[in-house]
Design a protein around this ligand. Structure first.
Ligand code: GLP
Length: 315
């Protein structure tokens, strides 16, 4: 059995889907176990309350920060330390966006020494001292302005030689801390989350991945703009590989927020909400398998999906 079968199933009607799933479970239980229940796409029903739509980028970011802070306060009422996983990318870093609002308006809302931070991903071969690294960008835009103690910060080092060890270390740390409380996510134009590109499996952990041409193209602008123009421009300046936490790592978070803004994300958002097969559109895993996800979009990112579909249609 290969992924073509999954593709067919994801487009089948619910009852037929169920019958097919049953048949596959009986005839090929090992395959089902390996997929870690990816096949059970129709079990999770998206509720309207999972989706918040704001008119523009700034209001989307503002709403997201408010919800994040309130969730973080709730976690800190129950636990001594909260564990948070952060993304990079324009969705969070642009002017008037999540990180700017968080660091300017909510710096004193939380005792940041009680929050442990991880990040989602990093380019391989780019050192934390390099402005193009996600490590550098998170330190500069979020963690330093919030005054987070260094011992609370666990970001990938893209320049490390033993990358496998770096990946294993991350999973061990998360386990040791009792899991992730809140993960913040963006979404790539091809539906990637973190750097989990299409083809990523439900049970994938932290690992090295090859970046698709589409993703390199999407991220090219950051390599051109940063560093004052003395860097190589064009797609060749974007590294071929990255470290990313896995789909399983992300889905194990107790709460997930995914933000998407702009027309360029509309297709990926539509595919995700329509439960396009997660092997083609990794963000669909969030609909299918995750217990707690809140999606916050602006009008443009949501524009290709019709709200009426939340009541019927594929849901
Ligand atoms: C990038 C990063 C992700 C990010 C996503 C969206 O490639 N690997 O962590 O969330 O894709 O990026 P952006 O917000 O720049 O559109």
């Amino acid at each position: 059995m290969d992924s073509k079968c999954l593709f067919v199933i994801s487009f089948a009607k619910t009852k037929i889907k169920f019958a097919l799933l049953l048949f596959i479970c009986i005839t090929n239980p090992i395959f089902v176990l390996k997929q870690n229940f990816t096949l059970f796409a129709s079990y999770r029903r998206l509720k309207q309350s999972d989706i918040i739509i704001e008119s523009d980028y700034n209001s989307m970011s503002r709403t997201a920060v408010k919800m994040f802070i309130s969730e973080l306060k709730a976690v800190l009422q129950k636990k001594d330390k909260a564990v948070v996983m952060l993304p990079t990318g324009g969705t969070y870093l642009s002017k008037g966006g999540f990180y700017q609002i968080l660091t300017t308006e909510y710096r004193n809302a939380i005792d940041w020494s009680r929050v442990i931070f991880f990040n989602l991903d990093e380019y391989i071969g780019v050192s934390p001292k390099d402005k193009r690294s996600y490590n550098y960008q998170l330190m500069e835009a979020v963690l330093e302005p919030l005054g987070v103690p260094l011992e609370n910060i666990h970001l990938f080092d893209g320049s490390i030689l033993n990358v496998k060890e770096e990946c294993a270390k991350r999973e061990q740390w998360i386990k040791k801390l009792g899991g992730i409380d809140i993960t913040l996510l963006g979404i790539g134009r091809n539906g990637h989350i973190g750097f989990n590109e299409p083809g990523s499996l439900r049970n994938s952990g932290t690992r090295v991945v090859d970046l698709s041409l589409e993703t390199k193209y999407q991220n090219m602008e950051y390599f051109k703009d940063l560093g004052g123009g003395d860097l190589l421009s064009g797609i060749d300046s974007v590294p071929d590989q990255a470290i990313t936490v896995g789909i399983a790592t992300i889905l194990s978070s107790r709460e997930i927020f995914l933000l998407a803004s702009g027309q360029s994300k509309a297709e990926a958002v539509k595919n995700m909400l329509n439960e396009e097969n997660p092997l083609l559109n990794p963000a669909s895993f969030l609909i299918i398998n995750s217990p707690g996800v809140c999606f916050i979009f602006d009008d443009d990112a949501f524009s290709l999906f019709h709200e009426s579909q939340l009541q019927g249609g594929p849901f």
